[in-house]
Design a protein around this ligand. Structure first.
Ligand code: NAI
Length: 384
């Protein structure tokens, strides 16, 4: 089977998320890294791209890359947008309109209106627009979703999600330009910590339960007082299948590293999973004993089997979760090329609609936070 061709915008040398994408896209041998505009500095982008083997398909800007790939006989099949947030909209829009499938980093856009536009463009062009809620690619997260969908927990009563870290807890470092911009509305938009990390937890809550968030109430606070935007938020929400939601996100939680976790409680049992220990899922059936489900165990769901690679007991981590998003996308692209239906266990990659729902939640959190927790509709206008 011929490899699909993959391109990347952003993710230059020293970037935070670029290497995880390159690992993820390359892991299963489904994509070949073919083209890139990797840096906002053209020379550095071309130089780094060439050092990674891109040859004359290392471009100095995304505009050059769009023009160059459109002119290719065999252009890229998928482009990943891993640039800073404020550029996602125009790059994603241009590539979708140029006829390319896109995987965009989160947050997909800076406003709800832009998010709605991206959803509409993806629908009218028929191109895939995925959003990198990469943690939804973990095998046991897929298994959690499958267990909930098949009714193992019964009706879902409560979801408790969190994403807490302590990497911006040092008040003495708050004015460091590399940290400060994140809490400056002129550069970060209406929300800092919720838009950066909270949306991962909120997406996770929707992903595993299969329910969308309808309304929310937020308590947002800047624990370090030179900050305009929040570094901590507690959000209560409601979901369209009747579940009650609680979400805590923080960047001042000293001692927490990458504390993304989720607990789901239904009428018949509870599940608990955390990103720092992704190879175990805790399952408590009502009235029985606590069970630890290990990634790679026999007799899990097709969704879990498909996304697990190494044998039980050997840890799989974050780049492999990203790889599962790429494997889903490869299957989606191939199914289109071959004019066949997609494997349902692969049809789980996060979409533009998820990116849009997150933006609506971000704005609802920001507004509610200003109004001491007033409840707001968290749905994008086009889904009301
Ligand atoms: P970064 O600042 O470390 O790297 C950004 C890269 O993009 C740099 O190489 C820069 O030169 C390049 N760049 C900037 N403007 C560009 C342009 N116009 N054209 C081409 N390249 C350009 O940023 P980081 O942390 O890697 O974040 C990038 C995106 O990934 C953000 O949207 C962030 O929210 C998201 N992210 C997502 C994560 C996830 O778990 N899904 C985790 C970390 C970041």
């Amino acid at each position: 089977m011929k490899k699909l061709q993959w391109g990347m915008i952003g993710g230059g040398e020293g970037s935070q998320i670029g290497p995880a994408h390159r690992l993820g896209a390359g892991l299963d041998g489904l994509f070949e890294f073919t083209a890139g505009a990797l840096d906002h500095r053209p020379e550095e982008g071309i130089g780094y791209g060439r050092s990674l083997g891109l040859g004359d398909r290392a471009y100095g800007s995304w505009q050059d890359m769009l023009a160059g790939e459109k002119a290719q006989d065999n252009p890229i099949d998928l482009v990943t947008v891993a640039t800073p947030n404020s550029t996602h909209f125009e790059i994603t829009k241009a590539f979708l309109e140029g006829g390319f499938h896109v995987l965009c980093e989160k947050p997909m856009t800076m406003t709800v209106e832009e998010g709605e536009e991206i959803v509409k463009i993806a629908r009218t062009t028929g191109k895939i627009c995925a959003v990198n809620y990469g943690y939804s690619g973990y095998s046991l997260v897929r298994h959690m979703k499958a267990m909930i969908a098949r009714g193992d927990l019964g009706k879902i009563r409560l979801v408790n999600a969190e994403f807490a870290h302590g990497h911006h807890a040092d008040a003495a470092d708050a004015e460091n330009p590399r940290v400060r911009w994140r809490y400056d509305p002129a550069q970060a938009g209406v929300s800092a910590q919720f838009a950066d990390c909270g949306i991962h937890a909120l997406h996770m809550a929707s992903f595993v339960t299969g329910q969308d968030v309808t309304k929310l109430s937020a308590d947002t606070v800047s624990c370090i007082d030179v900050r305009v935007l929040e570094d901590d938020a507690m959000v209560n929400f409601r979901m369209d299948g009747g579940a009650v939601g609680r979400l805590w996100t923080s960047s001042i939680a000293i001692g927490r590293q990458h504390g993304l976790g989720i607990q789901v409680f239904g009428e018949k049992g509870g599940l608990r999973w955390s990103q720092e220990h992704p190879n175990q899922l805790y399952y408590m059936p009502l009235g029985e004993r606590l069970q630890i489900i290990e990634r790679g165990e026999a007799n899990l769901s097709p969704e879990a089997d498909r996304t697990s690679r190494v044998t039980i007991g050997h840890a799989e981590g974050m780049p492999l979760a990203f790889a599962n998003i790429y494997t889903d996308l490869a299957e989606a692209i191939r199914a289109r090329k071959e004019n066949r239906s997609i494997d349902p266990a692969a049809d789980l990659y996060p979409r533009a609609e998820d990116g849009l729902r997150s933006m609506a939640a971000v704005f609802a959190v920001a507004q509610s936070g200003k109004e001491y927790g007033l409840w707001y509709d968290a749905r994008p206008p086009m889904f009301r």
